[in-house]
Structure formats: structure tokens, C-alpha cells
Write a protein that binds this ligand. Structure first.
Ligand SMILES: [Zn+2]
Length: 417
């Protein structure tokens, strides 16, 4: 763990003037408000809400992307409290966070919204308490709240336009989402595309692309289709459905989108909720992490698949991605699991240091998981701040108990490999 100590901050501040003149990282200071995004910097914010997953990406030219806006409709004792509190629904809290992080824009807006898969903790789930949208045709929760509140140019998901794989998606939450998308397309001109594995032109820099030729967003997988690493070619990891017993059809997590982001030497992986272990009696293709890890290779940072649940982060994926920084989007006593934690810590799987950051570790896991106190940070919004050119990055933790946007910890710098 490479935490910037108070002494380190003092030292850094004294050297800061010179460093900042060269446009490098180093200006975030504990206790101060998170500094604004700067052109040339790649920011990846993992937002802590206590209700689900949400990640805000600000690319080097200012292009913006939100990955998921989860909102579980019901809280249980296995969940941590809402962040910062329950006075607003999670979708609203996500929107307010985005507006703070995009304060450098005259009007905060999302160029892209990517939904990894159709589960409440990523998409939002309506309940009897959910407010109804102003148009009256859908409820506000998670992604639908974001679409209601912020201008969004392009929405990407795994199901558009027919939402029929592996079978028609007609549950209440997905129906609510689809009603919202249909309304936004008709009345707001929302562009929607199915996320196509292999492509590197569905998410691009759209504000000043020519200034950053070494940036790439590669679609790696969705619906069991995985990029081969050659051009835009893919291969299917699932057999034809008609040859599979219906009880073994791929579940929603298996169908998650996955992507790799590159900026100079810096590489980042996000695999949604893909699993990497095979339950007894299930076919080998239930491990979708292995073929995905093969094509992604080593990265500098990654978010844990499926929040670190016991069916994810298999040995091969951990040993292949071998990042310096892992982030866990977590609010639940079942995430992460101790077996996953041991794999993350294993220097047999890969040598060298690694720091792990969690958005909101459940208190029960502080006792249940041996060695979990080695977490670099147990709570807070996690901001990966990649410097100009992608050569190095820091991890900045932002207070999630208030909307102060204040820095509680700073880690790094890490050198991209
Ligand atoms: Zn999830």
C-alpha cells in the first residue's frame, strides 16, 4: 500500500509548484475539495451510494461516460446504509455526484451511458415508492433517473433493440427501463445502440479526439461473444441455445458487457458481473472470465467482476490481469468473499504490490474476512486519476458521508506499465 502520509503531503506540497507546472498529478490534498478534472487527464470515479454500481468516466478530452446507475429497490440488513443518507433516492444522488464532478462543464452532460446488464444494482429497480417520471410513462430509479435529469447522447446496452436474448426481457425493472428508453428516443432524440463486442468505435473521444491519438475504448464482450484480439473479430463462448437445456441457459451476469480502456501506457478493465467459476453440474462455458482475460492481458487497474462475489475473480483472471490497483464496488455483506480476497492477495498468482479499494465494506466483513484490514481504503468514492499521456496515476478517496466532495485519502503515484 502506498498511502501518501501527512508527512508525504507536506513534502509533496513543497514540491508541488514545480510538478504542477509540468501538468502532472499531485494537486489533491486530504481535507480539500477534490480538484476539478483537467484536460489531458483521465478520471474514473467509482461512486458509493449503498444501493448499487455506478462509475463516471471523464476521458482526456472531456468526453463523459457513465457505466451503470444501480438502485436496489429494497434495503436489507446485509446492505450498508445509503450514502450519504436516505433522504434522496440513489438515482438522484448519482446525478448530483455527476454534476459536482462535471462542474468544469457549462452544462453537465453524458456523451455515453453504458448499462453492463439488466440487474437492479446496475440499472435500477422500480418500487411502489419510486417517483413517476414527468411524462408519466415510467418510474424514476437508477438509469431512468439519470436519463430524466441529464442530457445523454448515446445509450449502449446488451439488448437493444429487441431485448430478446436469451429470452424476452419482460421483468418489471427491465420493462420500466425499456419504457424510459423508448420515450427518450421519441421525445429527446436519445441514440441507442447495442454494445457490439470487438468494436473500438462505439465509444470514442467526441470533443477533441485528434489531441489524444493514444486513447482506445475496446468493446471486449457481451452476450457471451468475446473479442479475439484480431481486428474486430469475435468468437462465441456459448453453444447455440437450441443445444442447451433451458435450465442451463446463460444467466444475466454471464451476458454482461466487458471493456478495456487504454490511454498511453495505462490500461483499465471493467467486466460488469461476469463469473469465472463453474457451479457443479454446469457446463465449462459458465467460466466467461478466462476467455475474456486471455484477450485483455495485463492491466494497470481493474474493477472486480461481480463485486468480488465467490463466483468471480478466478485464478486465471487474477494472474493475467495482475493490476496494481483493484477497485470493489460494494455495499453488501456477501461482497467480497474471503476466497476472492485470498486470490487478490496471492503473490503466487502474481508478484509485486497491489492496492485494493472498496466503496463501502460491510461491517460484518471486517470480522469475517481474514486480512481484510489490508484494504487500502474501506469506504468512499474511489477516483482513479490518470495523468496526461497515461504515464502515471493516483487513487483519490472522496468522502461519501456528505456531498462535500472532500478528499479523505490520496494514494500513489503508480507508474503505468
Ligand atoms: Zn451487480
Amino acid at each position: 500500500m502506498r498511502q501518501l502520509t501527512v508527512l508525504g503531503v507536506v513534502f509533496c506540497l513543497s514540491a508541488c509548484h514545480v510538478v504542477l507546472c509540468h501538468g502532472a498529478l499531485g494537486e489533491d490534498v486530504m481535507g480539500d475539495r477534490l480538484t476539478a478534472w483537467q484536460p489531458g487527464t483521465l478520471d474514473i470515479h467509482q461512486i458509493s451510494t449503498g444501493r448499487g454500481n455506478a462509475g463516471l468516466y471523464i476521458f482526456p478530452d472531456g468526453t463523459t461516460m457513465l457505466v451503470d446507475a444501480g438502485e436496489l429497490p429494497v434495503k436489507t440488513k446485509d446492505h450498508t446504509p445509503d450514502r450519504p443518507d436516505g433522504s434522496r433516492i440513489a438515482g438522484e444522488r448519482i446525478v448530483r455526484y455527476i454534476c459536482r464532478a462535471l462542474a468544469h462543464d457549462a452544462q453537465p452532460a453524458l456523451d455515453y451511458l453504458l448499462l453492463t446488464h439488466f440487474h437492479d444494482d446496475h440499472m435500477g429497480g422500480p418500487s411502489s415508492a419510486s417517483p413517476v417520471a414527468s411524462c408519466g410513462t415510467y418510474k424514476l430509479t437508477g438509469v431512468t433517473q439519470v436519463l430524466e435529469s441529464l442530457p445523454v447522447k448515446k445509450l449502449l446496452d446488451r439488448g437493444w433493440p429487441d431485448y430478446s436474448y436469451p429470452q424476452p426481457l419482460e421483468d418489471e425493472a427491465t420493462r420500466n427501463y425499456r419504457d424510459c428508453v423508448a420515450w427518450q428516443v421519441e421525445h429527446k432524440g436519445l441514440l441507442v445502440e447495442r454494445f457490439v463486442p470487438g468494436r473500438d468505435d462505439q465509444v470514442v473521444l467526441c470533443r477533441d479526439a485528434s489531441a489524444y491519438p493514444d486513447f482506445e475504448f475496446r468493446n471486449v464482450a457481451a452476450n457471451g461473444e468475446v473479442w479475439t484480439g484480431e481486428g474486430v473479430a469475435t468468437q462465441s463462448c456459448f453453444p447455440p441455445l437450441e443445444t442447451v437445456d433451458r435450465s442451463r441457459w446463460p444467466h444475466e451476469n454471464l451476458l454482461s458487457t466487458a471493456f478495456r480502456l487504454r490511454y498511453g501506457q495505462f490500461e483499465f478493465f471493467n467486466g460488469g458481473d461476469i463469473p469465472g467459476t463453474v457451479p457443479a453440474g454446469y457446463p465449462a462455458w459458465y467460466d466467461i472470465e478466462t476467455p475474456i482475460a486471455k484477450v485483455v492481458g495485463a492491466v494497470d487497474a481493474a474493477i472486480l467482476d461481480h463485486h468480488g462475489y465467490l463466483d468471480a475473480q478466478n485464478d486465471f483472471l487474477v494472474a493475467t490481469l495482475r493490476p496494481q490497483v483493484w477497485t470493489i464496488s460494494v455495499w453488501d455483506a456477501h461482497h467480497p468473499t474471503d476466497v476472492v480476497w485470498r486470490r487478490l492477495q496471492s503473490t503466487q498468482l502474481y508478484p509485486g504490490p497491489r492496492d485494493v479499494f472498496a466503496t463501502d465494506l460491510h461491517p460484518a466483513n471486517r470480522q469475517a474476512i481474514e486480512g481484510i484490514d489490508k484494504l487500502a481504503s474501506q469506504a468512499g468514492h474511489i477516483v482513479l486519476r490518470v495523468g496526461p499521456g497515461g504515464d502515471s496515476f493516483r487513487v483519490v478517496i472522496v468522502d461519501d458521508t456528505s456531498e462535500s466532495h472532500s478528499v479523505t485519502q490520496v494514494f500513489g503515484p503508480y507508474t503505468s506499465r
